[in-house]
Design a protein around this ligand. Sequence first.
Ligand code: TDO
Length: 185
Amino acid sequence: MLTVEPTAISEVKVVTPKRFGDNRGFFVETYHKQRFVEAGIDMEFVQDNHSLSALAGTVRGLHFQSDPFAQAKLIRVVRGRVLDVAVDLRRSSPTFGRHVAVELSAENGRQLLVPVGFAHGFCTLEPDTEIVYKVSAYFSAAHDHGLRWNDPSLGIDWPVAPADAILSDKDRKQPMLAELPIYFA
Ligand SMILES: Cc1cn([C@H]2C[C@H](O)[C@@H](COP(=O)(O)OP(=O)(O)O[C@H]3O[C@@H](C)C(=O)[C@@H](O)[C@H]3O)O2)c(=O)[nH]c1=O
């Protein structure tokens, strides 16, 4: 009923629940706790978020929350397309500073599981793109942090040039990886 594929960073997974198509369209169980647990995805999600980005080339991120509000995220697209990115911030990880980038779309129905210890962000590839995601800890402004989306040391091949990206004021000024304190051992 769902497939789970590891990515280049094995803890980051692509989850694709089965769609049942018929003459009306499709039906899909986008989250089923028992099936996710059986597939090794065992976290409690406590908040659902939904964002709309009006223009293609909108970049949100890279964001993460620190303990005790660190969040795992399960992200999917319900309209449009994004390049979704997770950056490993776990200092003792062999993949610290490395990232995974996956295209998620309303059409492909893929979900990205981003564990605790990663920064997350995305770039919209179409106008009016909406993403919906579950998080495993409540939002806390005091624990909300960012990393500069186009820090050259991350080597992310974003599908938009820096001069054309649509960003929040906050995300324009996020720190570089080298400036971040250790949030995740
Ligand atoms: C994320 C979040 C924001 N807010 C508020 C704060 C602010 O006034 C407004 C917009 O917040 P932001 O600019 O941080 O929204 P946005 O840039 O969409 O933030 C999101 O980006 C992606 C990449 C993520 O991974 C998410 O976890 C989250 O950080 O919404 C909440 O009330 N609850 C929440 O959970």
